[in-house]
Design a protein around this ligand. Structure first.
Ligand code: GDU
Length: 327
């Protein structure tokens, strides 16, 4: 289904998801050049034998020159801002970085004659879902600037596809967690799994925001996907680009776990009981967000191989266990 031998520019390849995908592409035998401004990316995530261009995606000339110089034939575009609260506070910044950044990379692709593109979208494009699994054709009503910029990016890709025939796959990530090793791990403090693991590792108690939702145990439900599975989905998606393609795909497991179930898993993995602090609801949190994954299964033959235990255990090893440095 997928063939090796691609030559890819990976923007944001020093970031958490980008670096995992670089590993997966190279494991298949593809060539990769990373372009990253290192504002949040880490050089240690980029292997020594991978060319690293330190530049912003807003620097269209450098992106175009990199594509030409390395004779690249496709782009996986990860470089973007991804904090929901930051996007609410700074919408202009998010529109510049996420939408203008994408426009700049697409303009560079046009100049270099590159017509294969994989785009990092998000479940945030759906907004507050009803709780039933969401499919790609369901309405998109994002509720914050992070989501609106990701959706605007999808529209931009569709417009360029219609005008130039650009081949693209937009992948809508659900809740990504886990790690291959410590070097690639998510160092951020923005999401449930790393926050909960850090709290437990420090001997503290993680917080659950709300147990009064209309869900089986009252806490929010999310679809947690292992970053290695997500990386594999990118590799599989590149296989669609051998033909004309304008595709949008959910990437999740297709099954929800509650925040309280995550806490129980953290306790099992850490080998110590976890008694979370129950706090009020976090503003803006939808009760349940779960992916309908039938389209990606049909188009790519892809499905997640890792379960929640694998996700939490790998994140624990990468963040907490010093022996798991893997670098
Ligand atoms: O310490 C914490 C942290 C989070 N949560 C809860 O855990 C759930 C997941 O929260 P995250 O912040 O990890 O993830 P979100 O589902 O809010 O957001 C994620 O999914 C969004 C799409 O829906 C965007 O893609 C976003 O970038 C991505 O982080 C939420 O119910 C949240 O309230 C806690 O209970 N305690």
């Amino acid at each position: 289904m997928t063939r090796a031998g691609g030559r890819w520019l990976v923007t944001g390849g020093a970031g958490y998801i980008g670096a995992h995908t670089v590993r997966a592409l190279r494991a298949r035998g593809d060539a990769v050049v990373v372009l990253d401004d290192l504002s949040t990316g880490l050089t240690e995530r980029v292997d020594d034998d991978v060319p690293l261009v330190r530049a912003s995606v807003l620097d269209e000339d450098t992106v175009a020159a990199t594509l030409a110089e390395h004779r690249l034939d496709g782009v996986l575009h990860f470089a973007a801002r991804k904090s929901v609260p930051e996007s609410v506070a700074q919408p202009l910044y998010y529109w510049r970085e996420n939408v203008e950044g994408l426009r700049s990379v697409l303009a560079a692709c046009g100049r270099a004659g590159v017509e294969r593109f994989v785009y990092s979208s998000s479940a945030a494009v759906y907004g507050a879902t009803t709780g039933a699994a969401v499919a790609e054709d369901d309405p998109c009503e994002p509720v914050n600037p992070y989501g609106t910029t990701k959706l605007a990016g999808e529209w931009l890709l569709a417009d360029v596809h219609r005008a130039t025939g650009l081949r693209y796959v937009a992948l809508r990530y659900f809740n990504v967690a886990g790690a291959r090793d410590a070097r690639l791990a998510d160092r951020g403090q923005a999401n449930l799994v790393p926050i909960a693991l850090d709290a437990v590792a420090r001997g503290g108690a993680p917080t659950v925001f709300g147990t009064d939702y209309d869900t089986p145990d009252g806490s929010c439900v999310r679809d947690f996907v292992h970053v290695d599975d997500l990386a594999d989905a990118h590799v599989a998606a590149t296989g669609l680009l051998d033909e004309p393609c304008a595709e949008t795909l959910n990437v999740g497991v297709g099954r929800g776990f509650s925040v309280l179930e995550v806490m129980a898993t953290v306790g099992r993995v850490a080998g110590r009981p976890v008694t979370p602090v129950i706090a009020p609801r976090r503003p803006g949190d939808p009760a349940a967000v779960v992916a309908d994954v039938s389209r990606i299964a049909g188009r790519l033959g892809w499905r997640a191989r890792h379960d929640l235990d694998d996700i939490v255990a790998s994140a624990w090893d990468a963040r907490v266990s010093p022996s798991a440095s893997g670098s």
